[in-house]
Structure formats: structure tokens, C-alpha cells
Design a protein around this ligand. Structure first.
Ligand code: MRU
Length: 346
């Protein structure tokens, strides 16, 4: 299986998602700052993958701290964690993973820094392994929603590349295919970074799952002609009421799906659900550099001097969501009490 990210010889190795599908290159991070840079520059992207990278990044940072005393080590470690959390604002998994690493440091704070460092490296590797297992569990839960012969539209890339492996939304597709169903994926190209056209198309092709790429503005046309049976997307953060932040354009797809009576499913691990916020209005939306919009393959394609907005995510209100697929089960509306129950069922 394709490796999005791995811990190798006290370095973090990531496939460079800016270069795919034309080149299969790897970025080697030797310190935590290069992990932060890789998250910011979208070498690695997708909420669960960012979580894994952040955990490995703080482990890498911890390894390099020169401090014999635990209080000194801890002060430096906390500063690294704060820097890591600020790398990208929307995906809940980033802060979730860093919190988990801090909790490990808390639990063994009476030990020597050397021992804490090794434990942090182990925890980061465990987060990666667990993420793959969680995606497979989510796939088993979610695949029941898909029927043999379905055409499934997805937005952005919520596959192996966006996670530790296997994928969330594309994990559901993979599990349906493994269960013997014939599924075709319709991938929105996903302007401006083209996660759909470049990454979803590439990984589906690698897995021999039929995939058709469409421009973002073709989704309504296909739905109107009965060419989409279900929508499955991932999420960057889900609020306590079921509102879903995902790649910009997801909201449009959800409204189209509702209009055409097509189910709209969201597949996300529990670590993407932020129970501390009541609604999607509280989710911080990342604004990215205008150059992503004004330039295509390094060349300007928009006139100089015009206004540009480049929000990276939008929020789909929970009323448009037919079901949320998690590793703990599939929940249908109304979501609020069911989300609370999912957290209670540890
Ligand atoms: O800006 P990106 O590429 O990090 O955005 C990714 C998405 O919006 C994904 O759909 C989401 O993180 C779910 S990934 C399993």
C-alpha cells in the first residue's frame, strides 16, 4: 500500500503531494520546522495526514531538544507544540494529535528527557498505525451505504494520501470494492490545488478503481442526468451539531445533492469531531495565498490588480448531511445527541 508518510531513521519522510501525479518525489524532514513548512506548503495535506505529520513533527522536535532537566525539556517541547498547532487552522486532527503527544509527556513527566523522547516517537508511530486501522473500520461501516453499480461523487482528496493510509471517503469506496461491489468514482477536480484531478484520480487509478474526473462546475450537470448515485466526502472539522467543514466547494455539492435527492455522506474519524464547538460558525476557515488562484503552473492566468479571495474550506450545515460515517458507527440526523453518545462509548 502507498505510504503517505513514515518515520524512518529519526526522519519524517513524506510523498510530495504538490508534485503528484507527474512526479513521485519524497520530502525528507530532519527537523520539526521542515515538518511545519511541509504542512503549510501542502507537501502533506488532508486532516488525518496532517495530524500524523504534526505528531511526528513534535516527536522530531523533542528528539533534538538538548536539556538534561525535565522542566527545561518541557518548556521547549511546549513551544514546539504551539508552533506546530499554528501550521494550519481548520483541520481538527492537527491540534488533536499535538494534544495527544502532550498528554504522553504529561503522563511520564517524572522520567528523564531521554526516556520521554523515545516514548514520544513511539506515540507518533502509533498514531499513524491507528489511523490506518480506523480508516479500515470506517470503510467497513460505510460501505454498506453503497450499492453495487453506484457512481460515487467525491470532492477533494479524502483517500490514502490524505490519511495515514486507505482513506476516509475513499476508504468507504475501497471497502465497498473489497466487498465485491462495482463502484465508479466521480472526482471533482477541486480548484485551485486540484486534489481531485491530481490526487484522487492518481490513487484510484493505482488501485484499479474506475474514476472519472470532472470540472467542479460539472457536478450539477451530472446529477441532473442521473449520473451520480451518492456523494461521499471527508471532513476537516465537524462541530458538535454535525456541521461539516471540508474543502471549499463541498457546500455547493451538498446543496446540489439535496436538490437532486442524492444522499450526501461524510466519512471522518472521531479525531475530526470537535465537540468543544457548538456549530460550524466557530470553525476557523483558512485563507490561502492569492497566488494559488491567480497562477496556473507558475504562469499568471488572472489580470493584475483584481480582487482575489481564496478560502480553503467551507461549512456544510448539518441539515444537508445524510449520514456521518465514523469508526464507531454510522449516525444519521439529528446528530447532536448521537455525536455525544459516540464520545461516551469509549
Ligand atoms: O487543503 P487540504 O487538501 O488539506 O484539504 C483536505 C480536505 O478538505 C479533505 O477533504 C479533508 O481533509 C478530509 S481528508 C481525509
Amino acid at each position: 500500500m502507498l505510504k503517505t508518510i513514515e518515520w524512518r531513521d529519526d526522519q519524517v519522510v513524506m510523498i510530495d503531494q504538490r508534485k503528484l501525479p507527474m512526479q513521485e518525489r519524497y520530502v525528507i524532514c530532519k527537523d520539526y520546522r521542515s515538518v511545519i513548512r511541509s504542512i503549510k506548503d501542502l507537501v502533506i495535506r488532508g486532516a488525518p495526514a496532517i495530524g500524523v505529520a504534526a505528531a511526528m513533527g513534535v516527536a522530531l522536535g523533542a528528539l533534538k531538544i538538548r536539556a538534561a532537566r525535565m522542566d527545561r525539556f518541557r518548556a521547549r517541547f511546549d513551544a514546539i507544540c504551539r508552533e506546530m498547532v499554528a501550521a494550519r487552522p481548520t483541520a481538527a486532527n492537527l491540534a488533536w494529535a499535538v494534544e495527544r503527544m502532550k498528554k504522553v509527556a504529561d503522563e511520564i513527566s517524572h522520567r528523564e528527557p531521554g526516556e520521554v523522547k523515545l516514548r514520544l516517537v513511539k506515540e507518533a508511530q502509533a498514531i499513524l498505525e491507528e489511523d490506518i486501522a480506523i480508516n479500515k473500520a470506517m470503510g467497513r461501516q460505510g460501505q454498506r451505504l453503497l450499492k453495487d453499480g453506484n457512481r460515487v461523487l467525491t470532492h477533494c482528496n479524502a483517500g490514502a494520501l490524505a490519511t495515514g493510509g486507505y482513506g476516509t471517503a475513499l476508504g468507504v469506496v475501497r471497502a465497498a470494492v473489497e466487498a465485491g461491489k462495482q463502484i465508479e468514482v466521480v472526482a471533482d477536480e477541486t480548484r485551485p490545488f486540484l486534489q481531485g484531478a491530481r490526487l484522487t484520480a492518481w490513487e484510484m487509478k493505482e488501485s484499479r478503481i474506475p474514476v472519472t474526473v470532472i470540472t467542479d462546475n460539472s457536478a450539477g450537470y451530472l446529477m441532473q442526468r442521473g449520473k451520480v448515485d451518492a456523494v461521499v466526502v471527508g471532513a476537516d472539522r465537524i462541530a458538535a451539531n454535525g456541521d461539516v467543514a471540508n474543502k471549499i466547494g463541498t457546500y455547493m455539492v451538498a446543496i446540489l445533492a439535496r436538490t437532486h435527492k442524492i444522499p450526501f455522506y461524510v466519512a471522518a474519524p472521531m479525531s475530526t469531531i470537535d465537540a468543544s464547538i457548538k456549530t460550524g460558525k466557530e470553525i476557523p476557515i483558512e485563507q490561502r495565498h492569492e497566488k494559488e488562484v491567480t497562477h496556473h503552473q507558475g504562469r499568471r492566468c488572472v489580470p493584475e490588480g483584481v480582487g482575489i479571495e481564496n478560502p480553503a474550506f467551507d461549512v456544510t450545515p448539518h441539515r444537508y448531511v445524510s449520514a456521518i460515517i465514523t469508526e464507531k458507527g454510522v449516525i444519521t440526523p439529528p446528530f447532536k445527541a448521537k455525536i455525544r453518545r459516540l464520545f461516551a462509548s469509549e
